[in-house]
Design a protein around this ligand. Sequence first.
Ligand code: IMP
Ligand code: MG
Length: 183
Amino acid sequence: MDPVPGDVLIPADRIAERVLALGEELRAAYDGREPVLVAVMKGCVLFLADLVRACPVPMDIEFVTARSYEGAEPGRLELTLPPELAEVVPGRPALVVDDIFDTGRTLAGVCQALEALGPTEVRSLVLLRKDRPLPPREPGGPPVRTPDYVGFEVPDHFVVGYGLDHNGRYRNLPYVAILSDPA
Ligand code: IMP
Ligand code: MG
């Protein structure tokens, strides 16, 4: 049988409270600087929608697509950047927003692609960071980056909900739960 959402790790009210605090932190960091938020699809959609409403500063929002998982197994990273990024990023601070930092390969790849477009800086924010050792830099791969802002540190389990999926399912759960085998 397919695994299903099990224990709730982070309930909706704790997510909401933390997102408001992150929005306030970003407001203080980016007020008057017109950042370009670069959201990594699709996992960050719920988080992004709540975050930007908690951060009332002028900003652009752009989307990149990264796919690295088949089910719960990490695979090769595929990155798709829209052409508009090359028009808005040069000379501006970029902030990458992703759902979860696991091995860090997605963040490293997205940050490297953005650096090539000439921003004033590239920072990153993730809702969740898994408590696990950082893998070494892959030969010929992008430099390892750790997120500048983290919503919650979580144990090293596969989690779903609030944007995070397993094979496309469970993104619409309003909380984050641990994926587990049905009893
Ligand atoms: P990384 O490249 O290994 O850091 O993985 C980041 C991407 O893998 C995230 O943007 C997610 O889309 C996906 N991912 C990693 N861990 C999980 C998880 O526990 N649940 C759902 N998606 C995950
Ligand atoms: Mg993702």
